[in-house]
Design a protein around this ligand. Structure first.
Ligand code: ADP
Ligand code: ADP
Length: 227
């Protein structure tokens, strides 16, 4: 079964705007997948619907075969989410932010602490663990959200514009990290981006979205041959 399957997804916002016009999408397990499109295309709305942050108007979403309308509570254990906006309490300590996440997912402190140490170390944040999150640079805050999202070992990691506003050097190291968890841990990754360069250097498969419709869905390799 696919990691994610979307059928006929529509979203009409309260103001009557049709942000998604009935999209279909499948992402296979182990894939590194990009949802590429210009600003306003519907990328965040799509991810929001998958994570239940946005209430869909119609359509069906399954995560590893679990229908999110039937059992989102179960589906959410498979899911790690890195939103676009910083949504942690800036006044909390870095370590507490990732440990709190582990708590929400029912991990004991004994499991959570070594996991936090590994993730924060790999992401270059272990030295900062006892400082409050507001002291971190923008790129560090982004990495903190990645560490937090990975605490409960999700099988599917979803990132909304993970490298927006991140300088090129840090972007490269984030790419390297994401490649590594996709390759070594088999984590399925879906990210949104408006940089073709990011999609082509990282991802295996790609869907191009514009005005709420998926206009292409192909492998990156096939797409590059056409350009
Ligand atoms: P939902 O239908 O998913 O509950 P709403 O239509 O209630 O979403 O809007 C959610 C939030 O997004 C509101 O707080 C609203 O102010 C904000 N919002 C409204 N218009 C836009 C827009 N064009 N782009 C981004 N956010 C918007
Ligand atoms: P992207 O992530 O591709 O930039 P979004 O999914 O954020 O696009 O937005 C798609 C469209 O829906 C945009 O035109 C945006 O202005 C609109 N939109 C997003 N949120 C809301 C909202 N809460 N209410 C009304 N329109 C919204």
């Amino acid at each position: 079964e696919p990691a994610l399957s979307i059928r006929g997804l529509t979203k009409v916002y309260d103001n009557g705007f049709h942000a998604l016009k009935g999209i279909d999408l499948d992402v296979q397990q182990g894939d590194f997948f990009a949802l590429l499109g210009p600003n306003g295309a519907g990328k965040s709305t799509t991810l929001g619907a998958v994570c239940s942050l946005v209430q869909k108007t119609s359509g069906k979403i399954t995560i590893f075969g679990i229908d999110t309308d039937r059992d989102f509570a179960k589906a959410k254990y498979q899911l790690g989410v890195v939103p676009q906006e910083f949504n942690f309490n800036q006044f909390e300590k870095v370590l507490d932010i990732v440990l709190a996440q582990a708590g929400y997912y029912g991990m004991t402190r004994r499991e959570a602490l070594p996991r936090a140490e590994k993730l924060l170390t790999d992401l270059g944040l272990w030295d900062k663990r006892n400082g409050s999150a507001r002291m971190l640079s923008g790129g560090m805050k982004r990495r903190l959200m990645i560490a937090r999202a990975l605490m409960h070992r999700p099988k599917l990691l979803i990132l909304d514009e993970p490298t927006a506003g991140v300088d090129i050097e840090l972007r490269r190291s984030m790419w390297e990290y994401l490649r590594r968890i996709n390759r070594d841990e088999g984590t399925t990754i879906i990210l949104t981006t408006h940089y073709l360069e990011e999609a082509e250097s990282l991802c295996r498969n790609i869907a191009i979205i514009n005005h709420g419709d998926i206009i292409r869905n192909t492998s990156v390799r096939a797409l590059l041959k056409e350009l």
